[in-house]
Design a protein around this ligand. Structure first.
Ligand code: NDP
Length: 332
């Protein structure tokens, strides 16, 4: 069987360093599948990627067939089956949103075009670099021959954070919990939703009400603690650790692609909207999803109450504003 070609951009960065060794060890595609790694970096990042490649060699991973490092997107994506787009332009002090969007459009537009030209016909892409949803939109728009549902932005870390918080609050195991959903943008406006979640088969709200002293206390905990804790967890990690989350982000990116390929009965991902739940068609917004192995499908038919509706609408409005700003700059 041929090896799978996996391209990682920003491979010399923190998340890249946490990703590469796990991919090479089989955490993404399992113990029977060989991989070829392609590392894309900007010129300033090449030495760091080269250092990671030396360490990969020293691990003598049985599944790792080759590691190539380049600063050319066409070379990096040539024949790629899976791509993790991690490298992005971070927001720096004094930077306006339009500047951030423009700088990232300058990265994700050309990468989308290169994927369109040279990636394998079964390419699947996950965008990690922020603003991830809009970067996915730009990359997909620059790749007209690749179906839009092959692109996604990562909200799996938000999903896993929500799962862990609910497990802790209900004294349950994460494996007892089903039906958590992240809606909207991978930003502070996201809506982590437990309204359809169950804990050991019982509605999560019912279990929370029992533990916290009533339905009202459960509702207050959800609005005042759970939602902001999940949405602002990145900032909490920075303040405690002194740098942004890397291993957990890498773990989430691996879980996202693994479940897309291997199948899952429920997780969250920012995928192409075709108008589901009133999210404007063409946006990459987070939804509850499943996969049969052929890619993520949005779970349809969930009832949304007014609270959920207004939170989702607020996050989607932010996505619309990002898309419109990119359009106004002539980048979409
Ligand atoms: P990281 O590896 O820590 O982060 C990379 C990107 O992931 C950032 O945009 C970051 O967003 C984003 N991200 C998304 N979710 C999370 C999360 N939960 N926690 C943390 N980050 C998250 O950044 P480094 O600066 O260490 O590395 C970036 C590398 O990318 C550098 O080596 C740089 O040279 C390279 N780069 C490569 C490009 C390319 O290949 N063309 C283009 C631009 C950069 P946020 O900024 O919000 O933290």
């Amino acid at each position: 069987m041929d090896a799978t070609t996996i391209t990682v951009t920003g491979a010399g960065g923190q998340i890249g360093y946490a990703l590469l060794f796990r991919i090479a060890s089989g955490a993404l595609l399992g113990p029977d599948r060989s991989v070829r790694l392609r590392l894309l970096e900007i010129p300033q990042g090449l030495r760091s990627a080269e250092g990671a490649a030396l360490e990969l060699q020293d691990c003598a991973f049985p599944l790792l067939q080759s590691v190539d490092i380049t600063d050319d997107a066409r070379t990096a994506f040539d024949g790629a089956n899976l791509a993790l787009l991690v490298g992005a332009r971070p927001r720096t002090a004094g930077m306006e949103r339009a500047d951030l969007l423009a700088a990232n459009a300058g990265i994700f537009g050309p990468q989308g075009a290169a994927l369109n030209e040279v990636a394998a016909s079964d390419i699947r892409v996950v965008v990690v670099g922020n603003p991830a949803n809009t970067n996915a939109l730009i990359a997909a728009a620059s790749a007209p021959d690749i179906p839009g549902d092959r692109f996604a932005a990562l909200t799996r870390l938000d999903h896993d954070r929500a799962l862990a918080q609910l497990a802790q609050a209900t004294d349950a195991s994460v494996t007892d919990i089903r039906g958590i959903a992240i809606w909207g943008n991978h930003s502070a406006t996201q809506f982590p939703d437990v309204d359809h979640a169950t804990v050991a088969g019982r509605p999560a709200r019912e279990v929370l009400a029992e533990r916290l002293g009533g339905a009202e206390a459960a509702a207050t905990w959800l609005d005042d603690e759970f939602v902001p804790r999940v949405a602002k967890r990145g900032a909490e990690i920075i303040s405690v650790r002194g740098s942004s989350s890397a291993a957990s982000a890498a773990n989430a990116a691996i879980s996202h692609l693994r479940d897309s390929v291997a199948g899952t009965d429920g997780t969250s991902a920012a995928v192409l909207s075709r108008g589901e739940y009133g999210v404007p068609e063409g946006l990459y917004s987070s939804f509850p999803v499943t996969s049969d192995g052929s890619g993520y499908r949005i779970v349809e038919g969930l009832d949304l109450d007014d609270r959920a509706r207004s939170r989702i609408d607020a996050s989607v409005a932010e996505l619309v504003a990002e898309r419109d700003a990119v359009r106004e700059l002539g980048l979409l």
